[in-house]
Design a protein around this ligand. Sequence first.
Ligand SMILES: [Zn+2]
Length: 186
Amino acid sequence: MAGDVPSDVAVGNALPVGPIKGHIYPLEVIYCGECSMPLEYCEFYPNYEKCKEWLQKNLPDIFEQKMKLDAEPAQGDEEKKRQKRGGKGMMKAKKKSEKEKKICLSRAPRGKKKFVTVITGLKTFDIDLKDAAKFFSHKFSCGSSVTGDDEIVIQGDVKDELFDIITEHWPEIDEDVIDLLADQSR
Ligand SMILES: [Zn+2]
């Protein structure tokens, strides 16, 4: 029934029922002749200047009021804008760091007594894998090839030497990011 408040609905947090203090009823919504939105939304219209012109021409009283309001919280607006910009920038930065930079070295048995050494993660340092494989091949005088999206396999057990060679050849790689993994089975 009209006017009845259902007892099972929590009204504590809801908007107060009835007139809100400081508002004149019925609520009058004035639509802008420029952007056709209620005046409150004009500032989000790309051509806000045009809206202001329209307002000044057609509703000078409201225009004056609005300009007064606009002038006062100007600092707050700036703050808001800056926060928005900062927020976006931070999201970008976060995305970049999501890709964790990590190098993994491990050995995998090849045949009965031999091992191959597997390196993953060089790509996270924007290192060209083909160049890297060539470099390892020269350095260890053995075969080395790119075997996956971010994986290089060196034909030989060079895991321990690799640690030094990598940090020496690519100074941007800190030894802390290199993980020596336990031997894996392939
Ligand atoms: Zn407008």
